[in-house]
Design a protein around this ligand. Structure first.
Ligand code: CA
Length: 235
């Protein structure tokens, strides 16, 4: 197996070094850039498999890098973001970033985000039939071809809208999905931009699938941004 290459665009040296060490230890090829200009140059010349991008760079805002890169490649971009910057995260995702990770973060979280984004981009590129393979996490499974959701071996009855939400999140498991993205995928391009209908449906879904809806194990809330479904275990 050839190694996956990861480009880290981050001006804080200690964070760049920490991530580099972790990734090398887990068999990734690591490229690093301290500025946006350097980062763009490396994306063009090295075509990394994934980009980790700090938004606050000395020479430009990370948003500009996302905009620029998305004009010519769908290489996954994971934004490295400050804790309280929900609007910044949503904007980055809407511009085409695939996910974000919030500082300070741990090793396992970093690796999980990278795995989920790589898996998703590889599927889009090479395996158009992957949606047929069931999603599985813990005691929940979703068979897309039968539209069958089971928890602890029991079939869970979902309304058509609830099913669409769960299936969309499961197809993107491990990645954060914004409210706007769920609304337009489930209700179509003329969806209301009001999240209330989504929150109501999510509350109903959680009552059906979670042991304790206040402590979810399957669908997590990313405050101010959207939802993230637990990573598929079958990969
Ligand atoms: Ca920075």
């Amino acid at each position: 197996m050839p190694k996956f290459s990861v480009l880290i665009i981050e001006d804080e040296k200690n964070i760049q070094t920490f991530m580099g060490k972790v990734l090398k230890r887990h068999d990734y090829r690591v490229l690093s850039a301290d500025t946006g200009a350097q980062g763009l140059e490396l994306i063009r010349s090295q075509c990394p498999d994934i980009v980790l991008l700090d938004l606050g760079l000395p020479d430009m805002n990370g948003d500009n890098i996302i905009r620029e890169v998305r004009t010519w490649t769908s290489t996954p971009i994971i934004v490295i973001s400050a804790r309280t910057a929900e609007r910044e995260k949503v904007l980055a995702l809407d511009l085409g970033a695939d996910d974000y990770i919030t500082k300070p973060f741990g090793t396992s979280e970093l690796l999980a985000r990278i795995r989920a984004s790589l898996r998703h981009s590889n599927r889009l590129r090479t395996d158009s039939t992957f949606y047929i393979r069931p999603y599985k996490h813990g005691e929940m499974s979703l068979d897309f071809s039968k539209r069958l959701l089971k928890v602890r071996g029991e079939e869970v009855h979902l309304t058509p809208i609830e099913y669409k939400i769960v299936a969309y999140l499961a197809q993107n498991s491990g990645k954060v999905i914004t409210y706007a993205s769920i609304l337009s995928n489930v209700w179509g391009p003329y969806a209301d931009d009001d999240n209330k209908i989504l929150r109501v449906n999510m509350a109903n879904i959680r009552r059906k699938i979670e042991d304790d809806p206040a402590q979810p194990k399957y669908i997590f809330t990313e405050v101010g941004v959207g939802y993230r479904m637990a990573e598929d275990e079958d990969d």
